[in-house]
Design a binder for this molecule. Structure first.
Ligand SMILES: [Zn+2]
Ligand SMILES: [Zn+2]
Length: 241
């Protein structure tokens, strides 16, 4: 397999890991604790892996909590039931995220446990840094891609965070099976074994039990993200509550 493809797969999973581990399970649901140093380490890892599409953990968390409260209702920040068009769906999500980011910047939020690192975020969350990041991907492909066909992967690298968000929120609320019949929302488990999104595609299980660490419920379901949490807990990098 080409070295570029391996690197692409690595980028996919490291970026997905920071999203599910740091932004979702830690910042949004606070399923475990970590010390200040470790938190800063994961801040940096999240930024490095999401690159041009880095999402601030606190703003992500506020938006995600709203998604749980309003799931597939009118005020859901991203519901495929409410938005039939992919672009409208993504623009609405972006708008909501931006509004929450403003609230975070102005300290207009209640939960003071949300992970924040303003000095760091003010540097990395800028257009200059995002553009430099994107240019570095392009430069890398110019030097190492065996042919032009591989350049099609560049937009995916650049938009990695939103692409993951799109897959989870669109497919996870539209396609798949349900273990729990819920009147409130349209959440689905998209894959029986979620090898693609590290457990994030068990939306139906997760909406039924939002604080349950293992998103898998049935014997055949495997939440890989959960096993990584267990290992990090065993290594004393995090403390599961
Ligand atoms: Zn959901
Ligand atoms: Zn959640």
């Amino acid at each position: 397999m080409s070295f570029i493809i391996l690197l692409f797969i690595f980028h996919w999973y490291i970026s997905l890991f920071t999203q599910t581990f740091f932004l979702h399970r830690y910042a949004s649901h606070q399923m475990f604790r970590m010390n200040n140093f470790t938190e800063k380490f994961f801040f940096i890892l999240t930024w490095l892996s999401q690159g041009p599409s880095f999402l601030e953990p606190a703003a992500y968390a506020l938006m995600h909590r709203k998604h749980h409260r309003m799931s597939d209702e009118d005020d859901d920040p991203h519901s495929p039931v409410k938005f039939s068009n992919w672009f409208k769906f993504m623009f609405k999500t972006f708008d909501e995220y931006r509004a929450f980011k403003d609230d975070v910047a102005k300290n207009k939020y209640k939960d003071k446990n949300l992970p924040r690192w303003p000095k760091f975020e003010n540097i990395v969350d800028t257009y200059t840094v995002r553009i430099l990041f994107a240019l570095s991907y392009i430069t890398f492909y110019i030097y190492f891609a065996p042919n032009l066909f591989f350049f099609l992967l560049i937009p995916i690298h650049i938009l990695m965070g939103p692409i993951h968000g799109f897959i989870v929120n669109w497919f996870g609320h539209k396609h798949g099976y349900r273990n729990f019949k819920m009147l409130e929302d349209n959440s689905k488990n998209t894959l029986h074994i979620d090898f693609l999104m590290m457990g994030e595609l068990y939306q139906n299980n997760h909406h039924r039990y939002p604080q349950k660490m293992n998103f898998a419920v049935k014997w055949f379901e495997v939440d890989f993200g959960f096993y990584i949490l267990k290992i990090l807990h065993f290594l004393r990098i995090i403390t599961i509550k």
